[in-house]
Design a protein around this ligand. Structure first.
Ligand code: HEC
Length: 400
């Protein structure tokens, strides 16, 4: 917590006395630097896509060698971030389980009091800033904002990277929505780093602990007095024995290795599950010049071409069968095209819209003969069948 009037400086005295405390181990620092690198690459390549019309964006895109390279770089940095997350989970688990480190980054009720206390301090209603431990509430807020932001970016990033897989579970509108969320969360993250984090670590006072790993005693006293008290009282580090550590390592390492394999498979799935929409559009095909004729399937059952032979020249003797197989699909009681129903003797005599289909004794006046001899009907009788029908009508079109 800063006292704006008296900016904190590491006193000469503290430096000379070498009262330094280790704040970040080398693994903490390397992780932070790798994360910084991937964050900067993601931020630049992302903002260039968000503000693609700006001259500086166009300049950066051409510098990198085109939008494809830029997207590749963005994706590579995203993969690096996913790997950092896996590493972070593993390292955190190691510290907590094997080394029995306390969960100092977890928000506690006291943090809420500290926020209020700090507020009163800033408006001049309290003389002292709140006394905080290993991580101040400001640091906790930042850490959890990164956790939350990374989750959002991973989910929305996945949706844009695998749009087809996503739309198997969610409506299509979620893809553009994911893009908006991804891009706005990015702006939020970049602004909070530039304004909040930069202020906290560079401007408030230059905090070198991410470079040197160390923090001076007066800084500790100012920013983390409760942690300093713990260190002095010897209660900062939980009591662990080398045997205990070795034992827990033997349990932790195989379990985390297995979990890491699963997470790596997850990352592989994330990046290789499908080609992005841009790549899946098939190249334009040449249209086929020769298309062999294939019959279009009929919406109605088509009559079988060869009816059972007429055994005697009566309706029941085979004319009915002929009609059944060649005409009734279109001319029946429900779909009586032309008003004609040829499924029944009586309705056949009755005929359709143009009059009786069969006039006993007079084929020339029967519409069946008129229509069929004209030819080209959707259901056409052969010449032989037609002459049989004609003969049947000639002899009076008997039913039996
Ligand atoms: C694929 C469907 C289809 C088949 C099969 C079919 N027809 Fe038709 N038929 C029609 C249609 C459609 C009309 C009505 C044409 C119009 O009104 O211009 C029609 C009209 C007729 C008419 C005139 C009805 C009237 O009174 O206007 C007759 C007679 C006829 N068909 C006889 C037959 C015979 C006999 C067969 C069997 C050999 C047959 N049709 C098979 C579709 C079919």
């Amino acid at each position: 917590m800063s006292n704006v009037a008296e900016p904190l400086e590491i006193s000469k005295e503290a430096q000379e006395q070498k009262n330094w405390y280790v704040r970040f181990t080398i693994s903490h620092r390397v992780e932070h630097w790798v994360f910084i690198t991937s964050f900067i690459i993601l931020g630049i390549t992302g903002m260039v896509q968000r503000y693609s019309e700006l001259p500086i964006s166009k300049w950066i895109v051409s510098l990198i060698g085109g939008i494809e390279n830029l997207r590749w770089l963005h994706h590579a940095a995203a993969i690096a971030t996913m790997l950092i997350v896996i590493y972070h989970i593993g390292a955190l688990g190691y510290r907590v389980y094997v080394n029995r480190a306390r969960l100092t980054m977890l928000p506690v009720l006291n943090d809420v009091t500290n926020v209020y206390h700090a507020f009163l301090y800033y408006i001049g209603r309290r003389k002292e800033p709140p006394q905080q431990g290993r991580y101040t509430f400001e640091e906790k807020l930042e850490y959890w904002a990164v956790v939350w932001g990374t989750i959002i970016m991973a989910i929305t990033g996945f949706m844009m990277w695998n749009p087809i897989a996503t739309t198997r579970f969610l409506p299509g509108q979620f893809i553009p929505a994911a893009k908006v969320a991804h891009s706005l969360e990015a702006v939020l993250a970049i602004l909070s780093i530039l304004i909040w984090h930069m202020y906290q670590v560079f401007i408030r006072h230059f905090n070198r602990s991410m470079y040197t790993g160390k923090i001076a005693e007066d800084e500790m006293l100012h920013d983390h007095p409760l942690e300093l008290a713990d260190i002095k009282a010897g209660t900062a580090k939980p009591p662990v024995t080398p045997e205990g550590i070795a034992k827990r390592r033997r349990i932790y390492i195989p379990i985390f290795s297995l979990a890491a394999v699963f997470m790596l498979v997850g990352v592989y799935f994330f990046i290789a599950y499908e080609e992005t929409a841009i790549e899946t559009i098939p190249p334009a095909d040449r249209p086929a010049v020769f298309v062999p004729f294939t019959p279009t399937p009929s919406p109605i059952p088509l009559p079988t071409p060869t009816p059972a032979p007429v055994t005697s020249l009566t309706w029941e003797g085979g004319i009915n069968q002929m009609m059944e197989s060649k005409c009734v699909a279109c001319h029946n009681s429900s779909s009586n095209l032309g008003g004609l129903d040829l499924s029944d003797y009586q309705t056949t005599l009755l005929g359709g819209n143009s009059g009786p289909a069969v006039v006993p004794g007079n084929p020339d006046d029967s519409t069946i003969i008129i229509i069929q001899s004209a030819g080209g009907h959707p259901g056409q009788l052969t010449d032989e069948e037609l002459s049989q029908v004609s003969e049947w009508i000639e002899i009076g079109a008997p039913e039996n």
